[in-house]
Design a binder for this molecule. Structure first.
Ligand code: NAD
Ligand code: DAU
Length: 354
């Protein structure tokens, strides 16, 4: 088959990446989409089994920290664009094991930048694009009523956000030094189907269902700005196709919740879904020692992407949260495969026999 573009999406077996891969494979059937993923504990090919076998989709199991493997990949395919999501993404893991975050988030990103720079030196940069997906956590922790703008100074507070900030700096440096056509986005907290159940919302849905304690860090007063993952994928599509080279766009839901209010809402929705008496799930709330260096508040000002690219979220929080809960309740197998470790065998079963 001949395709109009070949695009690498890294981290496509993860939470957000799987939604981006699905959107691109289904919407742009004239693009060849190559999903590049190491399949760490967070990579789950079951997230995208519905598009496995699509004629414009290829999976490559590659560790982006392996520079030789990344260079070989860029020689194997004639790449027009990179949408880079692969990362170690969980703050708590970055506190116990920061070096994994340096290796994947910093070195892995620089390997991709080097490979793109080398490949595009010979073809020319025209029509090429390196899109780096980052986080609002690089801006640090808010303690007043202000919002993160694209111009807000970086002030990362956790090993995770420090590694993402470092990778952002490298991406911008390659844009400036080598004229690499780069674009970046910094997004707020995502929620939705296929999120690994170590993150707040899927973990708490799982625990409520199984009558397990809900470990609220500190007093539960920290604030996050929640966005439905499908809306993040839509924003990535807009920025990849219409964003200006060298620019950064903030993405967020204008949807701030203290953790404890969000958890109470989740408890009441779960009581209704599980036909439990009102107040049953709230009894599972257990206050535990706070996360070390816990950022207080994140809040994105998404005016730029709205004004320049016309992107706004398509679903309300109520719609998104309700459909997310329904998804986890209806996809018991997905969660069960994670708990049993079965999801880790998908690659061997599906790919090693091809
Ligand atoms: P995730 O942890 O669910 O998925 C990460 C994916 O990257 C996994 O499939 C994993 O196997 C892969 N990966 C990890 N190390 C790799 C390596 N060395 N080589 C190749 N692949 C590797 O993450 P997510 O929550 O989907 O986040 C995706 C991206 O979006 C990250 O860059 C993250 O910083 C950013 N982000 C996340 C959020 C959020 O709320 N989850 C918000 C803003 C930005
Ligand atoms: O803001 C974007 C970021 O959002 C992304 O860059 C990260 O990849 C993503 O993991 C997320 O980071 P957070 O640390 O905000 O997400 P998490 O789901 O881990 O926690 C959300 C809030 O809930 C946070 O204030 C910590 C709290 N929390 C979390 C867990 C897992 C609890 O109180 N108890 C818990 O068990």
């Amino acid at each position: 088959m001949s395709f109009s573009k070949t695009i690498i999406i890294t981290g496509g077996a993860g939470f957000i990446g799987s939604h981006v891969v699905r959107l691109f494979v289904q919407k742009y059937t004239h693009y060849h989409i190559i999903n590049v993923d190491k399949l760490t504990y967070a990579g789950n090919l079951e997230n995208i089994q519905d598009i496995d076998g699509a004629p414009n989709y290829t999976f490559e199991r590659i560790d982006i920290a392996d520079s030789t493997a990344v260079q070989t990949l860029f020689k194997k395919y004639s790449i027009d664009g990179v949408i880079h999501l692969a990362a170690e993404s969980h703050v708590d893991r970055s506190i116990t094991n920061p070096m994994d975050f340096v290796v994947t988030n910093v070195i892995g990103t620089v390997n991709l930048l080097n490979a793109a720079k080398e490949a595009w030196k010979s073809t020319g940069m025209e029509g090429k694009r390196f899109y780096h997906v980052s986080t609002d956590e690089v801006y640090g922790s808010l303690h007043d009523g202000s919002f993160f703008l694209e111009t807000t100074s970086y002030d990362p507070q956790s090993p995770y956000s420090a590694s993402k900030a470092s990778s952002d700096h490298f991406v911008r440096a390659y844009g400036n030094t080598y004229a690499l056509p780069i674009v970046l986005t910094n997004c707020s907290n995502n929620y939705g189907p296929n999120q690994f159940p170590e993150k707040l919302i899927p973990l708490f849905i799982h625990n409520i269902k199984n009558n397990r304690p809900l470990p609220v860090y500190g007093k539960g007063e920290n604030i996050r700005d929640w966005l439905f993952v499908v809306d993040h994928a839509r924003a990535i599509d807009e920025v990849f196709h219409k964003g200006k080279n060298g620019e950064t766009y903030n993405i967020g839901g204008h949807n701030e919740w203290t953790n404890i209010d969000l958890i109470r809402l989740l408890c009441s929705l779960m009581d209704r879904k599980l036909n439990r008496a009102t107040g049953t799930s709230e009894k599972l709330i257990t206050y535990v020692t706070d996360r070390a260096g816990h950022d207080f508040r994140y809040a994105i000002d998404a005016t730029k992407i709205k004004n320049e690219l016309g992107w706004i979220p398509s679903v309300t929080f109520e719609q998104g949260l309700e459909s997310t809960i329904d998804w986890y309740l209806e996809n018991e197998n997905w969660l069960q495969h994670i708990t049993s470790g079965d999801y880790l065998t998908y690659y061997d079963k599906q790919y090693n026999n091809r």
